[in-house]
Write a protein that binds this ligand. Structure first.
Ligand code: TRP
Ligand code: ZN
Length: 898
C-alpha cells in the first residue's frame, strides 16, 4: 500500500535505542520575544546498548544555529539542516555546547517557546523541545536539567522552571536572572519554563512523611480570585495519591501556571504543570458545575502524571497510553472517590456513566472510521494526531479491566511492583502488563490483544433457562462486526473480556449466583466472568426462577453488548437493577431503540409516534424521589444526536434531530406538570454551594427547564428562564437559562427575551475570556430553523471584534462547537457547513497545525453518511487536501480519503 512507500510514516517495529545518551543538560535563556538566545551545554556519551554511529544527529526545528563547542573548543563540523544538526565524527564522551536563536513572538503553533499575553511559556510534549534547542528529543533519553533564565525584570518579574529554585538576582541594564535545578532525570518533553507578570496563590502543606511542600497556582493578577478551587483540587490530589497508591510528592515545590493560549487541556511538566486557563480558573459567577468538576479532574490528572508518566515514562510515543490510559484511569477513580468515597456506589456511578458516555460517543466513533488504531498504535505520521480518545479513554478502560479482574488490592499490588521495577525508567505497555501479571500470579499473554487490536468488540449474548434442572446458561460470542478497514487489519483473535453479570428475579431483587462446578453460592450477586474464547457458555445452577440478566455491569469492558431485551424488560431493569450503571443503561437502550425507529420513519415522511409505555418509563424516573437528582438527570437525558446518527446504517443528522426533537417535545408536553414540579423542588436558593449534592439539584432543575422550553407553548418556560437568568448567582444557572431562552425561541426565528439575555451576558462578562467563550459556544450550538440557519449566525460572529482565530479556546468555542457539536445545522443539505469547515481548516493550518488537525477530524466519518451529504463532504475534504501544508492536517485528510 501507499503507506509503505511514504517515507514519513513512523513505525513501532522500527524502534531502535538512541546512539548517544545525554546525562546532564544546562540551559541558559536570554529571553527576548523576537530573538531568544539559548545556550545548551550537554554531557554526552555513546550508548553502550546501541550500534555505533560516527555522527551525532540532533533534532531541531525553526532554529537559527549560532555555533558549537566540544569540550570547550569550537567545533567546525556541525551542519544545521531543516530537521536538525549533524555533528561529524564526535568523540565517545564529551561536553557539547550549542547556541541557537528562536522567535517566540512569531510562534503561533503554541509548540516550543511562545509568547501569550506578553508572557513566555513552553509546550514540549510531544516534540516541541526541538523548537527550543537542538536535542535528542525522544522520551528514552533522560537527563537532569539545570536552567538559567535571564530577562527584563520590569517585563518579566517572575521566572520559573522545573524543580527547585537555586538562586536569583539582578543583572545590569534592568535585567535579572533565576537558576532552577530539577533533581530528577527526565525526558525533554517534560521541560518547561514560564516568564512574565504573574501572581500566585500559595499554600504550604505537609506530605505523608511529614515534609513541607510549597504549592503555587500562578495566574495573571486579575485572575487571582479564581484560583481557590484549583488549589483545593491539588491538595486533594496529593492526599488521594498517598492514600490510594502510597505515592508521595517528590519535590519541595509544586507549581501550576495558567495560560490562555494552549492547544490542549494541560501539561504535566515536572514540578511546573502548565494549564489551559479553562482548567484552572473558576468562581461561581464565571464557571459552571461542569467546569468545577473538569478542573478537579484535570488538576488530578496532571498531578498523577508525576508518578505515572514522569517517574516512570514512555520508551517511545507508541507507548503513549502507558502514561495516558493509566493516568486517565487514576483521575477517573479520583473523581469517583471525591464524589462518593469508596462505597457510595450510586454517587460513583454518576461519574462512571459520564465517562462511558464520552467513550461510546467519541471513542467508538473513532474506532469506526479511518483513524481507527489500537491503544498502542503501530504507525503514525504526526504523533500529535495520536493524542486520541483511543489512547486516553479506551486506554483507561484497559487499565480498569486489570482492576476488575484482580480487585482493588490486586491492582495496587501490580502498581507497587511496576514502580519497584521501573522507577526512573522509560518503559513499554508490556512492562506494565507484566508487572500486573506477576504481582497477581497470572499469565496475561492474551490480554495483550487489548493493546494491539483496533475496533470495538461486540459481544452477543444468548440465554436459556431450564426450569426442570434449574439451570440458566449464558452463551457469549465475541467478534468485531463489520469494522472499519483500518481496524480489521489488526484483529487476530479473541480477547480476555471481564464480563460482569447479575441475574434479577421477578421481584426485582438480585438472585444468588452459583456457577456449575462450584461448591457454594458466591458472596456477591455480581460475577465477573472471564470470557476468553470466541464462543463460551457459562451455566448458573440452582436458579429457582427464570431470571432477567443484567449484562456487563458497571460497563466492565469497552465492548458493545447485543441482547434482545423487550421494551418491558428494559423498563423493568430501569426500575430495578441493583447496578446503577445498568439501570441508566436500560433507559438509554430503550430510548435509543425508539429514537432509531423514529429516525428511520422521519426519512420516509411517515408521521411520528411514541409509545405510551416509553413515556411511562421516563415518568417513573422523573417522579422517583428515592433516586439521586444527578442520576435522574443522566437517565432523563436522551442519547446525543451524534451517538444516534452513528448507530444508523447511514447517518442522517436531520432525521436524528427530527426524531430526538419529537421525543423531547412529546416528553415535555406529556409530563409538563412533573417537569414543573421537579423544577420547583430542586431549586437551590441561598448562597452557591459547590457540593456534588447541590450540583445534582441544579443539573436536574436545569434539565427540567430545557424540557419545558420544548413545550408547544413555551411562554411559561420563557418566563421561568428569564427570571432564572436575572436572579442567578452562579454560571450554571445563568448559562442554562440563556440556553433555554435561545432554544425556546428557535422555532420562531428568535425572541426579544433571548436577544436581551445574550446582550446582557456579553456586557456582564466582557472582561472574562472564558465566559465569552461560552457566549460564542451557546450561539454556535443553538437550534436553528429554516428562516434562521445557524451558519449565518456563526459567520456573523466570525467578524465579531472578540473573535480571534489564533486563540485555540476561542476558535473551539465558535468553529468547533458548530462543526462538531451542532450536527443538524452543520450537516445542512446545501453543503454550507462543509464549505465553512474547509475554509477554517485551511486558515488554521497556516496558524496552528495541531488545532487545524483536530478540526479536520470532524469530517472523517463521511463515508457513513447518506449519499447526498457524502458527496459534499468528499468535495470539502478534497479541497482541503489540495491546499493544506502541515503534516498534521495532511495525515487526517489523506486517511479520510484513502
Ligand atoms: N500530556 C498532556 C496530558 O496531560 C497532553 C498534552 C498537553 C499535549 N499539551 C499537549 C499533547 C500538546 C500534545 C501536544 O494529557
Ligand atoms: Zn495526560
Amino acid at each position: 500500500m501507499a503507506d509503505t512507500a511514504t517515507p514519513n510514516v513512523i513505525r513501532r517495529a522500527d524502534y531502535a535505542p538512541p546512539a548517544f545518551l545525554i546525562d546532564t543538560v544546562a540551559l541558559e535563556f536570554d529571553l527576548i520575544p523576537e530573538r531568544t538566545v539559548v545556550r545548551n551545554t550537554m554531557r554526552v556519551r555513546r550508548n553502550p546498548d546501541a550500534s555505533h554511529a560516527a555522527n551525532f544527529e540532533l533534532m531541531g526545528e525553526q532554529l537559527e544555529f549560532v555555533g558549537a563547542t566540544i569540550d570547550g573548543a569550537p567545533f567546525a563540523h556541525a551542519h544545521a539542516h531543516e530537521h536538525g544538526l549533524t555533528l561529524d565524527n564526535v568523540p565517545d564522551n564529551f561536553e557539547l555546547t550549542l547556541t541557537s536563536i528562536c522567535n517566540p513572538a512569531e510562534n503561533t503553533t503554541l509548540s516550543g517557546l511562545y509568547v501569550s499575553g506578553g508572557n513566555f511559556f513552553t509546550q514540549c510534549e510531544a516534540e516541541g523541545f526541538r523548537r527550543i534547542t537542538y536535542f535528542l528529543d525522544r522520551p528514552d533519553v533522560m537527563a537532569t536539567f539545570t536552567v538559567t533564565l535571564r530577562a527584563s525584570k520590569a517585563d518579566y518579574p517572575v521566572l520559573l522552571s522545573n524543580g527547585n529554585l537555586l538562586e536569583e538576582g539582578d543583572l545590569p541594564d534592568g535585567r535579572h536572572f533565576a537558576r532552577w535545578e530539577d533533581p530528577f532525570r527526565k525526558p525533554s518533553y517534560l521541560f518547561a519554563l514560564v516568564a512574565g507578570k504573574l501572581v500566585a496563590l500559595e499554600e504550604r502543606v505537609k506530605s505523608g512523611s511529614g515534609k513541607e511542600k510549597l504549592l503555587q497556582v500562578w495566574v495573571e493578577p486579575h485572575d487571582l480570585d479564581k484560583t481557590r478551587h484549583a488549589m483545593d483540587s491539588l491538595i486533594n490530589s496529593i492526599r488521594w495519591d498517598e492514600s490510594r497508591f502510597g505515592l508521595e510528592l517528590d519535590l519541595d515545590r509544586f507549581m501550576i501556571v495558567a495560560v490562555s493560549d494552549f492547544n490542549m487541556g494541560a501539561m504535566e511538566n515536572k514540578g511546573l504543570n502548565i494549564f489551559n486557563t479553562k482548567y484552572v480558573l473558576a468562581n461561581p459567577e464565571t464557571a459552571t458545575d461542569t467546569d468545577f468538576a473538569n478542573i478537579e479532574a484535570v488538576v488530578g490528572h496532571e498531578y498523577f502524571h508525576n508518578w505515572t508518566g514522569n517517574r516512570v515514562t514512555c520508551r517511545d510515543w507508541f507507548q503513549l497510553s502507558l502514561k495516558e490510559g493509566l493516568t486517565v484511569f487514576r483521575d477517573q477513580e479520583f473523581s469517583a472517590d471525591m464524589a462518593g468515597g469508596a462505597t457510595d456506589e450510586a454517587a460513583r456511578a454518576t461519574k462512571r456513566i459520564e465517562d462511558v458516555r464520552v467513550l461510546r460517543q467519541m471513542q467508538f466513533a473513532e474506532d469506526a472510521g479511518p483513524m481507527a488504531h489500537p491503544v498502542r498504535p503501530e504507525s503514525y505520521v504526526e504523533i500529535n494526531n495520536f493524542y486520541t480518545m483511543t489512547v486516553y479513554e479506551k486506554g483507561s478502560e484497559v487499565v480498569r479491566m486489570y482492576q476488575t479482574l484482580f480487585g482493588r488490592d490486586g491492582f495496587r499490588k501490580g502498581m507497587d511492583l511496576y514502580f519497584k521495577r521501573h522507577d526512573g525508567q522509560a518503559v513499554t505497555c508490556d512492562d506494565f502488563r507484566h508487572a500486573l501479571a506477576d504481582a497477581n500470579g497470572r499469565d496475561l499473554a492474551q490480554f495483550e490483544r487489548w493493546y494491539s487490536q483496533a475496533g470495538t468488540p461486540r459481544v452477543s449474548v444468548r440465554t436459556k433457562y431450564d426450569a426442570a434442572q434449574q439451570r440458566y446458561s449464558v452463551t457469549l460470542t465475541q467478534g468485531y462486526g463489520d469494522a472499519a478497514p483500518a481496524a480489521r487489519e489488526t484483529q487476530k483473535g479473541p480477547l480476555l473480556i471481564p464480563f460482569a453479570i447479575g441475574l434479577i428475579g421477578k421481584d426485582g431483587h438480585d438472585l444468588p449466583l452459583q456457577l456449575e462446578g462450584e461448591a457454594r453460592v458466591s458472596d456477591s450477586t455480581t460475577r465477573v466472568l472471564e470470557f476468553t474464547q470466541t464462543e463460551q457458555t457459562f451455566t448458573f445452577v440452582n436458579v429457582a426462577q427464570e431470571p432477567l440478566p443484567s449484562l456487563l455491569r458497571n460497563f466492565s469492558a469497552p465492548v458493545i453488548v447485543e441482547y434482545d431485551y423487550s421494551a418491558d424488560q428494559l423498563a423493568f431493569l430501569l426500575a430495578h437493577d441493583s447496578d446503577p450503571f445498568n439501570r441508566w443503561e436500560a433507559g438509554q437502550r430503550l430510548a435509543t431503540r425508539e429514537l432509531l425507529t423514529l429516525a428511520g420513519r422521519a426519512t420516509t415522511g411517515v408521521p411520528l409516534q411514541l409509545d405510551d409505555s416509553v413515556v411511562a418509563a421516563f415518568a417513573r424516573v422523573l417522579t422517583d424521589e428515592t433516586l439521586s437528582p444527578s442520576f435522574r438527570e443522566l437517565a432523563l437525558m436522551l442519547p446525543s444526536e451524534a451517538y444516534l446518527a452513528e448507530q444508523m446504517a447511514e447517518s442522517n443528522p436531520a432525521a436524528v434531530h427530527a426524531a430526538r426533537q419529537f421525543v423531547r417535545k412529546r416528553l415535555a408536553n406529556a409530563l409538563r406538570k412533573d417537569w414543573l414540579a421537579v423544577y420547583e423542588k430542586h431549586r437551590t436558593p441561598g448562597a452557591y454551594e459547590a457540593t456534588p449534592e447541590a450540583s445534582g439539584h441544579r443539573a436536574l432543575k436545569n434539565l427540567a427547564l430545557s424540557y419545558l422550553a420544548e413545550l408547544d407553548d413555551p411562554a411559561e418556560a420563557v418566563r421561568l428562564a428569564s427570571a432564572q437568568y436575572d436572579a442567578a448567582n452562579n454560571m450554571t444557572d445563568r448559562s442554562a437559562a440563556l440556553s433555554a431562552l435561545l432554544n425556546a425561541s428557535a422555532a420562531n426565528g428568535g425572541s426579544v427575551e433571548a436577544q436581551q439575555a445574550l446582550d446582557d451576558f456579553y456586557r456582564r462578562f466582557e472582561k472574562e475570556p472564558l465566559v465569552i467563550d461560552k457566549w460564542f459556544a451557546l450561539q454556535a450550538t443553538q437550534r436553528g430553523s429554516a428562516q434562521r440557519p445557524v451558519i449565518e449566525i456563526v459567520r456573523r460572529l466570525m467578524a465579531h471584534p472578540a473573535f480571534n482565530l489564533k486563540n485555540p479556546n476561542r476558535a473551539r468555542s465558535l468553529i468547533f462547537s458548530f462543526c462538531a457539536a451542532n450536527p443538524a445545522q452543520f450537516h445542512a443539505e446545501d453543503g454550507s457547513g462543509y464549505a465553512f469547515w474547509a475554509e477554517q481548516v485551511i486558515a488554521l493550518d497556516a496558524i496552528n497545525p495541531q488545532v487545524a488537525a483536530r478540526l479536520a477530524r470532524s469530517l472523517e466519518l463521511w463515508r457513513r453518511f447518506t449519499p447526498t451529504l457524502r458527496d459534499g463532504m468528499r468535495a470539502a475534504l478534497e479541497k482541503v487536501a489540495s491546499q493544506v501544508k502541515s503534516r498534521d492536517v495532511r495525515e487526517i485528510v489523506e486517511k479520510a480519503l484513502a
